[in-house]
Design a protein around this ligand. Structure first.
Ligand code: SF4
Ligand code: SF4
Length: 104
């Protein structure tokens, strides 16, 4: 007899997607900073884009040069993961009033 191979309950729990951390579930905290990306330092490696849990970073291309930009400010939680991840110190977290999302 062939039986369906289902993972045991404890394994099923371990492979289920992790719930979003509390701050991401709540959205943007008041006074949270925003990432200020310096295009002169950015190499376009994409690490910040990959690490952002709320997917608010993207690429912009200008004169055949690709660099990261903040596409949308409101979902950003100010977690600083992008700043920490950037190997070229191209990202600095600043007060939200000092950072304008790309295209605004
Ligand atoms: S991690 Fe840094 S260098 Fe890489 S795309 Fe982001 S800002 Fe640019
Ligand atoms: S601070 Fe956090 S949420 Fe905001 S853009 Fe960077 S990684 Fe994404």
């Amino acid at each position: 007899m062939i039986q369906a191979m289902l993972p045991p309950d404890d394994l099923a729990d371990s492979i289920a997607p992790a719930p979003a951390p509390a701050c991401e579930a709540r959205g943007r905290p008041p006074k949270a900073p925003l990432p200020d990306i310096d295009p002169a330092r950015c190499t376009g490696c994409g690490r910040c884009i990959a690490v952002c849990p709320v997917h608010v970073l993207g690429f912009h291309t200008e004169r055949w040069t690709k660099f990261a930009v903040l596409v949308e400010a409101e979902p950003c939680t100010g977690c600083s993961r992008c700043e920490v991840r950037c190997p070229f110190n191209a990202i600095t977290m600043r007060p939200a009033a000092q950072v304008k999302p790309h295209g605004t």
